[in-house]
Design a protein around this ligand. Structure first.
Ligand code: PEP
Length: 259
């Protein structure tokens, strides 16, 4: 089965929630009885100031630490920005880029997402690149066009070898934080389209089969097993449910069964 060619990734996105002081207790509950599969990555993408506390609490556990954004610049006069070098220096392994909240509230373009992807690759940090359509775009039958444009732009100038280390997250905007999950058929349809697009229009099937494609959008302990059972869904990018340690642990366990 194709899934053996790639990792299952269960990644939490804490967004702008939690405090560094709460990290040790959260991690104690999360890791008390944690099952992470052989072909699985369990990741928590936390706000920048929480990274050192999360690194300390995750030490000796299978949980990897991620960030939620990165500057496209290497260094210099960019007040408020955080470079890939700084993230690598803190031991960050993953970084979300192109989240719909950053595209919407910080006017991030496809070109900027591509620049961010490249600075992360240069520092050995795995990008989790988010793509997805709005409700208006879905209703207008534009989903596949929007998603393919975002994928094409994100991978621009990236070699097939580098592409194998990238994670894509399909996140329909109408499903993020709304409690309205895409059905497993809707999610599979777009994830499978992304895989085919990467195989036929950007790289080749060998490369595409190695790329983990996640679903994100109101994924939780109840619906994750059905979503993960889909052939082209290799994990989840999880917002709200990743703030609840017991529920997030159950989702990592579901991922271990799928890995
Ligand atoms: C997200 O933060 O990317 C996300 C999918 O959030 P939620 O799971 O809360 O919908």
């Amino acid at each position: 089965m194709d899934k053996k060619f790639r990792k299952t990734v269960i990644a939490g996105n804490w967004k702008m929630n939690q405090l560094a002081s709460g990290v040790p207790a959260f991690m104690e509950t999360l890791t008390a009885d944690l099952t992470v599969g052989k072909g699985e990555e369990a990741v928590l993408c936390v706000p920048f100031p929480l990274i050192p506390a999360m690194k300390a609490a995750a030490a000796g556990t299978p949980v990897k630490v991620g960030a939620q954004d990165v500057s496209a610049h290497d260094k210099g006069a960019y007040t408020g920005e955080v470079s890939a070098d700084m993230l690598a220096d803190l031991g960050v392994d993953f970084c979300i880029i192109g989240h719909s909240e950053r595209r919407a509230y910080h006017a991030e373009s496809d070109e900027l997402v591509n620049e961010k992807l490249k600075v992360l690759l240069a520092k050995g940090i795995t990008p989790i690149v988010c793509v997805g359509e709005s409700l208006e775009q879905r209703d207008a039958g534009e989903t596949l066009r929007i998603v393919s444009t975002q994928v094409q732009a994100a991978f621009q100038g990236v070699s097939a070898e580098e592409a194998r280390g990238i994670v894509v997250a399909y996140e329909p905007i109408w499903a993020i934080g709304t409690g309205r999950t895409a059905t497993s058929e809707q999610a599979q349809e777009v994830c499978s389209f992304i895989r085919e697009y990467l195989a036929e229009k950007v790289y080749d099937w060998d490369t595409s089969k190695a790329i983990s494609i996640l679903y994100g959008g109101s994924m939780n302990g109840k619906n994750c097993a059905e979503l993960l059972a889909q052939m082209d869904i290799d994990g989840g990018l999880i917002g709200g449910a990743s703030l609840k340690p017991a529920e997030f642990a159950s989702m990592i366990k579901a991922g271990s069964e799928d890995a």
